[in-house]
Ligand binder design. Structure first.
Ligand code: MG
Ligand code: FE
Length: 170
């Protein structure tokens, strides 16, 4: 039977691979959102935040006498699939990506909430406090995306409409 500490270690490693996926995903998006400068800046900022969160998880694992070396693929596969799916829908991918990012931040929020409870139960309050910082950052990002999704959608539709009008005049 795994102890609460074993499970905590397992979940910390899962979260570490989740953050690596987040960085990879955001970097892929950053290359393609030049028409949305606010979104671009926020995505770039969140790459830095996510890298710090990954380092934080490495610190937690070190504190528990282990490392992030055993890579889990479960979450990575899930995101890979969702990404290739949104890649197919080429023209409106900015909206699809924004919807996906909003959902992904909530996935991260849920994972950090579970991790914090697991850390508390395993008698690791310091780890719980460290993870609380990452949880606060994910909530901040989710709130930002929530506030900006309507504008991104309207900007996309206005650009699409302008393009259609230009085509009609040709
Ligand atoms: Mg994160
Ligand atoms: Fe995040």
């Amino acid at each position: 039977m795994p102890t609460p500490k074993d499970t905590l270690i397992d979940w910390l490693r899962d979260a570490h691979s989740m953050e690596n996926q987040a960085v990879e995903m955001l970097n892929r998006q950053v290359e393609r959102i030049k028409h949305y400068p606010e979104l671009l800046a926020k995505a770039q900022e969140h790459v830095q935040v996510s890298n710090r969160q990954a380092e934080r998880l490495e610190q937690c694992l070190k504190q528990l006498g282990t490392s992030a070396s055993s890579i889990k693929t479960g979450i990575g596969m899930l995101i890979g699939n969702a990404q290739s799916l949104s890649g197919v829908l080429a023209s409106d991918e900015i909206v699809k990506a924004s919807v996906f990012n909003y959902a992904f931040e909530h996935f991260e929020i849920a994972n950090y909430r579970a991790l914090i409870s697991a850390a508390q139960l395993a008698g690791e309050p310091e780890i719980a406090r460290t993870l609380q910082q990452s949880l606060d950052e994910e909530i901040e990002m989710a709130t930002w995306l929530e506030q900006h999704l309507p504008d991104v959608t309207k900007t996309f539709l206005a650009r699409q409409n302008a393009g259609a009008t230009a085509d009609a005049k040709r």
